[in-house]
Design a protein around this ligand. Structure first.
Ligand code: ATP
Ligand code: MG
Length: 182
């Protein structure tokens, strides 16, 4: 039980992400129902559906202002992300929505964030960016692979620094700051 004498967690588990608007989240959630009917697993809750831009992991609270400063350096752009592919990865048994045509502003945003994170001394992903929105975890059997028809056009207007808070109901995501395109 937390009390005033209990020290707070000294680190936050954080990541930069795109968070969908209501309509996009609804469409993705509907899509996950179809995928779930075919390959079971655990659906992402509608309010947790997102696209990770850069995962940072545990960061001491004192360093959060440095992460805010990284986000502040970005000039956020509005763009459309067309989600037109559903697929799965066998190594981690997730089913995800993705795209055949990653928009240049998305690639640019991720590259910029990674460069700014590295410069500020944060760990950065070495693997090539593979934009995906996780729909199912622990999917079973043959994983889907096909088109999303009609595609889901996500009008991206912002990005966020999120904290992942572990609870007995799974991860809860709390926005620490959101940067909105003008
Ligand atoms: P849980 O781990 O509790 O099942 P989760 O994976 O959704 O839930 P986190 O592990 O906190 O929650 O991850 C937050 C986001 O960062 C998710 O989109 C997750 O896929 C991504 N992520 C987590 N770990 C890594 C990692 N090592 N590299 C890249 N992305 C990661
Ligand atoms: Mg995880």
């Amino acid at each position: 039980m937390a009390s005033p004498d209990t020290p707070r967690e000294s680190a936050a588990r954080v990541f930069f992400a795109l968070w969908p608007d209501e309509a996009t989240a609804r469409s993705l959630f509907r899509l996950s129902a179809e995928a779930h009917a075919a390959c079971k697993g655990r659906r992402m809750r509608r309010d947790t559906i997102h696209l990770t831009l850069a995962f940072i992991g545990d960061v001491a609270h004192e360093r959060l202002p440095q992460l805010m400063a990284v986000g502040d350096r970005v000039v956020p752009a509005a763009f459309t992300l067309r989600l037109d592919r559903i697929a799965g990865w066998r190594h981690n048994r997730i089913v995800w929505a993705g795209t055949d045509s990653t928009p240049e502003p998305l690639t640019g945003l991720v590259e910029y964030l990674n460069a700014a994170l590295a410069e500020a001394g944060f760990p950065v992903e070495q693997r090539k960016f593979a934009p995906h929105v996780t729909l199912l975890r622990k999917a079973e059997g043959e994983l889907p692979r096909g088109e999303i028809a009609p595609p889901i056009d996500w009008q991206v207007r912002s990005f966020s620094l999120m904290e992942s808070v572990r609870s007995h109901e799974g991860a809860q995501y709390v926005p620490l700051r959101t940067w909105i395109a003008t």
